[in-house]
Design a protein around this ligand. Structure first.
Ligand code: PLP
Length: 463
């Protein structure tokens, strides 16, 4: 399997090069040259497999430059950090199935991808020689999952900026209590946007970037998408084994990464297995406007109870556009140029094509809290606000003859404030994190100044 760019401007790459490159050099995103498919016999066999064994089968369809036993080891180590024996179990509540993706070390679905990505980075760097300094800004979930993914790994240091005093206390502690010597937490005196623009500016200093081999862990890395394809297939196989042959998935979406993994899974499985992908958004509804009206146009970001979805421009959307435009990189490039110049793409002429893949709903703040409250009352099951958005959209848009699997993207204890509003009390942290407040923590507090941050990175980077 070789990897190409959505904009058609690079020579095909092997998987290991695709993982290390992140963004393609022509500004596009990397995708497999062809999307693999499997037949009913394969699905029947997959129904019997553990999560790890299924991950080996699915990943092998996309990776041909890592020997099988090495891949097996990378996968086994990645998911040994999960506290549930099934890694991502499916549970039924009322009319819905819930796919629990929050049993990893930081209690959010990003662990599924970043536990594997950390191992892949270390594997490639160890075999090729070299080092990497990961630099990123976070409002919470991505940073802690990235840190958990590379802590203690050889040839990698990680620097994560977060806005001082502006992430939830649990999220901040999940980062700052990781004391491995390759982990550097920087609390910036400023907002998330300040932290984010400093990181962008540093990446744009090409000399600095090359000298320190700066790496990113944002959701554009193909390996992240690939790792997430597995749990869609896993959930489908669980239901298929019990006789359910066609399902919809409801996915709380920000950057389009998770739902794009669902799109790849839908193309991988025989036609009809995954029928519709329900794209659930919060008040930041650019993707809902795209699905329902063909209008992809940015507006201001609004802060909500589901901060990990407070995104306007969805970085993975370009991957879907590549298939939308019949795999024509030149058309994608022109569309992205139009979008960059005008902040808008009008795809309303193709609305029927979009409706074959997706349905969508935007869920308000009030609906989010009401959904957490009602679902707890009816099923004694506590949703985090992101999951609640997917559940609400799933309940509203489901088809009477087809079950919906809702992706539970975070543990409710990560977002205690919204949960407290809904049920009047703070949810408990799971046992593995119960003593979080008492742990030793380490973090520097720095001004939101590019030069100050650069100096700190330079002083502590591998080089
Ligand atoms: C990141 C995140 C999302 C959104 O995922 P995308 O891949 O950006 O669509 C949803 N829920 C939680 C809890 C997250 O951390």
């Amino acid at each position: 399997m070789r990897y190409i760019s959505t904009r058609g401007g690079i020579e095909p790459l092997r998987f290991q090069d695709a993982v290390m490159m992140g963004l393609a050099r022509d500004g596009g995103l990397l995708l497999p040259q062809t999307l693999p498919t499997v037949n009913d016999q394969v699905v029947q066999r997959w129904e019997q497999l553990s999560y790890q064994a299924l991950a080996r089968e699915v990943l092998s369809l996309f990776i041909d430059d890592i020997p099988e036993t090495d891949l097996e080891d990378l996968i086994d180590r990645a998911y040994a950090t999960f506290t549930h024996p099934q890694v991502t179990p499916v549970t039924r509540r009322g009319d819905l199935y819930i796919l629990e993706l929050f049993h990893g070390p930081t209690l959010a679905f990003k662990d599924v991808a970043l536990q594997l990505l950390g191992n892949l980075f270390e594997y490639v760097l160890t075999r090729r020689g070299g080092f990497m300094n990961i630099l990123g800004a976070t409002s919470g979930d991505t940073g802690s999952a990235a840190i958990a993914g590379v802590r203690g790994k050889g040839n990698i240091n990680i620097f994560i900026l977060h806005p001082h005093g502006r992430t939830s206390p649990v999220q901040a502690l999940q980062m700052t209590t990781i004391l491995d010597p390759n982990v550097f937490n920087i609390a910036v005196r400023g907002t998330f946007d300040d932290a984010q623009s400093i990181v962008k500016a540093i990446f744009n200093d090409l000399d600095f970037r090359d000298q320190y081999q700066l790496g990113a862990v944002n959701s554009i890395n193909w390996a992240r998408v690939l790792a997430q394809v597995v749990y869609y297939v896993f959930a489908y196989c669980k239901l298929s084994r019990s006789g359910i042959k066609s399902v919809d998935f409801s996915v709380p979406t920000g950057n389009f990464g998770d739902i794009f993994a669902g799109y790849v899974a839908r193309r991988l499985l025989p036609p009809g297995c995954i029928h519709t992908l329900i794209l659930a958004t919060n008040a930041n509804d650019i993707l809902t406007r795209f699905v329902t009206r063909g209008d992809y146009s940015c507006s201001e970001v609004q802060a909500t109870y589901s901060p990990s979805m407070d995104i306007q421009v969805a970085s993975n959307f370009e991957r879907y556009l590549y298939y939308f435009f019949n795999e024509d990189g030149a058309v994608v490039r022109r569309a992205m140029e139009t979008f960059a110049a005008s902040g808008r793409l009008d795809l309303s002429a193709n609305i029927r094509q979009i409706a074959r893949d997706f349905s969508s709903r935007s869920v308000s703040e009030e609906e989010t809290i009401a959904t957490i409250r009602d679902f707890y009352r009816d099923h004694q099951y506590l949703l985090d606000p992101h999951t609640a958005i997917g559940v609400k959209a799933g309940l509203e848009l489901r088809h009477p003859d087809r079950p919906v699997v809702c992706l539970a993207t975070a543990h409710p204890a990560k977002f205690g404030e919204a949960v407290t509003l809904a049920i009047g009390r703070e949810p408990a942290l799971p046992p593995a994190l119960a003593d979080l407040q008492k742990r030793e923590s380490r973090c520097v507090i720095l001004d939101a100044d590019q030069d100050v941050i650069k100096q700190y990175v330079a002083a502590n980077a591998l080089c």
